[in-house]
Design a protein around this ligand. Structure first.
Ligand code: C2E
Ligand code: MG
Ligand code: MG
Length: 696
């Protein structure tokens, strides 16, 4: 601000000087003009006065000397003329009679004494009987007739030096110059003062314009001069007000998220940049990356408008949680946290200062818990979850891009572990992110170049050892890594959105293969795994119907396996999704039953046909009491619900015998066969195969 003030003072000083100089110049010009006029007037007036003076004294002399001229008393005349010419205003004087004889003379007379009588002026004065005046050089020459007893007796001629009767021009000039100088001395400061006062509204205007140009738009100019300047100031004020409003609007558009009123990505980025730049030595902070679990599905079913309201409600909870954290954990005097929305269902939090990493985890926990409470959106209760990733600075990065990327990777890890959790960033995440990228690209190629194949694993009936069907399991014939099991790529496929395409392909392949076997006399139902993402897509039911129709496989020959966690994510939706397919005859199995920690009683009310007991229980049931109890409970429950059961991962004859005794329906495991290609499965299922022998 100080340099600006300085600059304005300079501008104003120069303005005052210029105006004062201008006024001074006008003053000088006016004075000079006035002086010149006055000088000429004075000079003319002076000459007039001089002439009158010369005329008066000459006439006075003529009157005084008339008797002496009439009597021709030369002696007297000489004496008197001598006295007269002693006067300062008389240079010379002489007297003549009517016969133009010079009776007496004294001092300088302009006319040669011999010529005096012939003086034309004298002659004229005598002839016309009135005074004649003439200026010759620096002298006034006056001839006045002398009257005695009513007649002209002669004349007196006097030479008067102009300087004696009129003030000299130089003196007039000097005097006027003095007056002009005094006027200038008095008026110039006065002019400067007046100019300065007159310019003070200008100063205000300039100051305001300067302030506005340095982005300070909340200033208002107060000028009440009642003239154009006041109008101008008011126009300025209106302009500032509009500009200020526009700037605020632009700022809002650029930095505020319109749905939640939270700072947006750009604003957040800038803030992280500032905080990391200004961080004191040893200061630690954190960036939290938050992503809602299941938001997309809720958004799809609610519609965009309600989805926005839900985001707004989430934003409010995040703000509350952050404020609570500030109060409980913020260092006194430290900056408060900032919650922002990056877009979609992604939010971020900046903690400018944390005492230790656990502080950030506490906020993450607080946020997760706050989002877990149901939301009330137009009369519906909506359940959401949230996964959080934490990146600490300066440890995990010291610029916004790195911190956000690392927090995002940590968030993805939290999401992979089932959501509703947080993770700290670890350096290995960077590496696995890269590996995943490579994997995703290869997977796209795999789908395009037909590198995927479907294997079949038989399911054996406990009752008679017959082959009751198979499970279709996808494999990837990788060009360099060889045959890959789904564990190596299914998750990546889910994350990059390829799972829909892959799942659909497996479904159609499995239906076609089962139908082909049926045509060759081997009629075995086939089970196909369905991932959560695939199942949640709007047109899932349609794609299943298409696969059936395309292959000609009867619907009752197809079983779809949903994992327990998929089934329990949104039970209402599951029910409505599977209803039309179940009506057609498609059966549904809960895969990996017992691992999802969901309420068993709730699960049993879901419209499923088969429980697939997870292989971890089967593996441990012989040595682990707990595993055995779980298996027994599931089987008892299935029996009372009249559901079929499949025991997965049966590897030993002991397990097989125990499960048979407990009443399981089907067995699937390496004890009988590993997943195998279609042609092998065809041979395997041919009458009189190995499985039957073991079972027997
Ligand atoms: P899942 O549905 O539970 O499939 C059973 C898995 O257990 C298969 O692994 C199978 O090879 C394995 N298994 C069977 N018997 C035994 C045994 O006696 N011992 C042991 N240790 N393992 C046994 P796989 O083929 O690696 O598949 C793993 C998982 O990948 C599957 O688990 C399923 O959830 C998923 N998956 C497979 N194919 C697909 C698919 O087409 N789509 C989707 N979405 N998921 C699939
Ligand atoms: Mg399965
Ligand atoms: Mg399973």
């Amino acid at each position: 601000m100080a340099p600006i003030r300085h600059a304005i003072s300079r501008v104003m000083r120069s303005l005052v000087i210029k105006f004062t100089l201008l006024c001074g110049l006008i003053l000088i010009l006016a004075t000079t003009a006035l002086m010149s006029v006055e000088y000429y007037l004075k000079r003319a007036e002076n000459t007039e006065t001089g002439l009158a003076h010369a005329q008066i004294i000459t006439e006075l002399f003529a009157t005084t000397l008339a008797p002496a001229i009439a009597s021709g008393d030369a002696g007297f005349l000489v004496t008197r003329l001598g006295q007269f010419s002693d006067r300062a205003d008389v240079d010379g004087i002489y007297a003549v009679n009517v016969g133009r004889t010079v009776l007496a003379a004294d001092g300088d007379t302009p006319v040669n004494p011999g010529m005096r009588a012939a003086d034309a002026m004298l002659q004229s004065a005598l002839g016309a009987v009135d005074t004649r005046v003439e200026i010759i050089g620096q002298d006034i020459h006056v001839a006045a007739p002398a009257f005695h007893d009513g007649r002209v007796v002669g004349a007196i001629v006097v030479t008067v030096p102009i300087h004696a009767v009129a003030r000299p021009a130089g003196e007039i000039l000097r005097r006027q110059l003095m007056i002009a100088l005094v006027a200038l001395l008095v008026f110039l400061p006065l002019v400067a003062l007046v100019v300065q006062r007159a310019l003070s509204p200008m100063r205000k205007l300039i100051e305001a314009a300067r302030a506005a140009s340095s982005r300070n738009l909340d200033i208002r100019i107060d000028i009440r001069t009642g003239d154009e300047l006041e109008l101008l100031a008011n126009a300025f004020n209106r302009m500032f007000a509009r500009l200020e409003a526009s700037v605020k609007r632009v700022h809002r558009l650029a930095y505020v998220d319109m749905i939640t009123e939270l700072p947006n990505r750009e604003r957040f980025r800038k803030e992280v940049e500032r905080v990391t730049r200004e961080a004191a030595e040893g200061q630690e902070g954190a960036v939290l990356f938050l992503d809602l679990d299941r938001f997309k599905r809720v958004n799809d079913s609610l519609g965009i408008g309600e989805g926005d309201r839900l985001l707004d409600a989430v934003a409010r909870r995040l703000r509350e949680a952050a404020r609570g954290w500030d109060l409980a954990h913020g260092e006194s005097g430290s900056e408060p946290s900032m919650v922002a929305r990056l877009g979609g269902d992604e939010f971020t939090v900046l903690l400018p200062q944390v005492r230790d990493p656990a502080d950030a985890a506490r906020l993450a926990r607080r946020i997760i818990d706050s989002v877990r409470r149901p939301f009330e959106i137009s009369g519906h209760q909506v359940f959401l979850g949230l996964s959080a990733g934490i990146a600490l600075f300066p440890r995990d990065g010291d610029d916004p891009e790195t911190l956000l990327r690392h927090a995002d990777l940590a968030m993805a890890a939290a999401k992979r572990n089932g959501g509703n959790a947080y993770e700290y960033f670890e350096a290995s995440m960077n590496r696995s992110a890269f590996e995943r990228l490579v994997l995703e690209n290869e997977l796209r190629e795999a789908v395009r170049d037909d590198q995927l194949v479907v294997f079949y694993q038989p399911k054996i009936s406990f009752a008679d050892g017959s082959i009751a069907g198979s499970e279709a399991l996808v494999r990837w014939r990788h060009p360099t890594a060889g045959m890959l099991a789904p564990g190596a790529f299914i998750q990546a496929a889910e994350e990059c959105g390829l799972i829909g395409e892959i799942g659909d392909w497996v479904l159609r392949r499995a239906c076609r293969d089962a139908q082909a076997l049926r045509a060759s006399g081997l009629s075995k139902p086939v089970a196909v795994n369905v991932s959560a993402m695939q199942f949640e897509s709007e047109n899932f039911a349609k794609s299943v119907m298409d696969a059936l129709e395309e292959s000609g496989l009867p619907p009752h020959m197809l079983e779809l396996e949903l994992t327990e966690s998929t089934a329990m994510r949104d039970p209402e939706r599951v029910i409505s999704q599977i209803a039309p397919l179940r009506e057609m005859g498609v059966t549904f199995a809960i895969d990996d039953f017992g691992t999802g920690h969901s309420s068993l009683s709730y699960l049993t009310r879901m419209p499923f046909d088969v429980f697939k007991i997870d292989q971890s229980f089967v593996r441990n049931m012989m040595d682990d009491e707990h595993a055995r109890i779980v298996v027994e409970t599931i089987l008892a429950m299935a029996r009372s619900l009249k559901l079929k059961t499949v025991a997965e991962g049966v590897e030993t004859p002991e397990q097989y015998a125990a499960l048979r005794d407990l009443g399981a329906t089907l067995a699937q495991g390496y004890l009988f066969a590993r997943p195998m290609p279609l042609d092998e499965f065809e041979r395997y299922s041919a009458p009189g195969a190995k499985a039957a022998q073991i079972a027997g």
